[in-house]
Design a protein around this ligand. Sequence first.
Ligand SMILES: C[S@@+](CC[C@H](N)C(=O)[O-])C[C@H]1O[C@@H](n2cnc3c(N)ncnc32)[C@H](O)[C@@H]1O
Length: 435
Amino acid sequence: MNSLERLADLVQRWTGIDLARGGRSDSLERLVTARMKELGLASAEVYVDSLTSAAHPEVGRLINAVTVNHSWFFRDAEQLGVIAEMLRDGRIAPSGERVDIWVPGCAAGEDVYSLAMLTRQAGRTAHVLGTDINSEVISLASRGHYGEWSARELPSELRHNLMRAADGFEVAAPLRSQVAFERHNLIDPAPNPPGTIGWHVVLCRNVLIYFTREKIHAAIESMGRALRRDGRLLLGATEILQTVPRDLRVERVGQRFVLRRANPGEPAAPEARSPPIKPPQPRPSFPEPTLPTLAAPRHVQSGIAAMISLGNSRLEAGETSEALALYAKALEMDPLNAEARFFTGVAYHISQDPSSAAQSLRGALVLDPELWPASFYLALSYDKLGRTADAKREYRRVFEAEGRALALQSRSALLADLTAFRKDVVRIARARAGK
Ligand SMILES: C[S@@+](CC[C@H](N)C(=O)[O-])C[C@H]1O[C@@H](n2cnc3c(N)ncnc32)[C@H](O)[C@@H]1O
């Protein structure tokens, strides 16, 4: 194992984050190179050897550099609607009780304030705790100051909660009194609400997509234990459980799955299978929580296509790391999925990493030699790597495939464009192949 691999391994052990999944391995490398220079160290080996425990101050710096922290207000309005519905019908926090909500992996706090707005709108008192392993985003969250772009999806009737400031918005004081922020690592024991035990709601979205499989399971168990009886755990639409912990029950609310903490003596859930794969909305025909299993490949396949489509929308929004994490999840479910490998290659190409792009695209072509867009991107990557002869060979494959149809499952504006402008793509390929 070289020193970077050793470091990635430590990060994984300390945080649960699989850097390869988030496409952050290069951030790690950049950080180590910069820190070696600043600290006057002779080698990466010395740097890694100096990190003796997770509590070492340098580890905090490292984690701040490798975590992916995008978020915005009302990022998942459907999910917030599910919480509002459960509050309205008294399934969680009967009226009169303070609503206790924990948001692990809250990034700069947008979900925390969104939930405070929602509970306030419902006339409820709330305590919303946002935690994150990244100390920089926790400082930002505590400041409560955001740019215009963060509020792009905030419903107009909730805008009054943000006050205009010099370069964006500030969260209004009444909301601030309902929230708190702390640095916390999701793989450590969970916090409790002030003066009581157990949360009504834990909302953890787009955090576990970066975790290794066994840390996902441990984190879900820990968040489940942190709920009070009948409390609800909500994950992201694409976050998949391999097994449902014994104390949790899967429940469907509208188009979403939530996990409910079981009451003592409540019959156990059916033996854990492969569970809530949330398809993109709207998908009314999605099966009830008899949960898709590997024995039901059609559902799994549609879950994979849904996940790739979500990755594609992240990619098109410029969120390459999140897209990569989603494609990695799809590949974990089906390592032979050519489409997921193709889009992984495109994401690496966009992130200016032509050698990783070429590796994924070659994999896609081994699995589906007809996938001419993969040849096109592979040719572009080879061009960047200075491998002209290889690039020409791939350009040739593109125009030789002219007329052949593509059979793809996911939605992608990028592929739609490539197909619509196929004549132009073929013309470029011919020119570059020297034909
Ligand atoms: C992509 S953001 C998601 C933000 C928000 N939940 C959302 O869906 O918009 C992922 C966040 O998880 C945090 N995170 C990653 N690993 C963590 C861990 N082990 N403990 C706590 N937070 C973690 C990252 O620092 C990052 O801010």
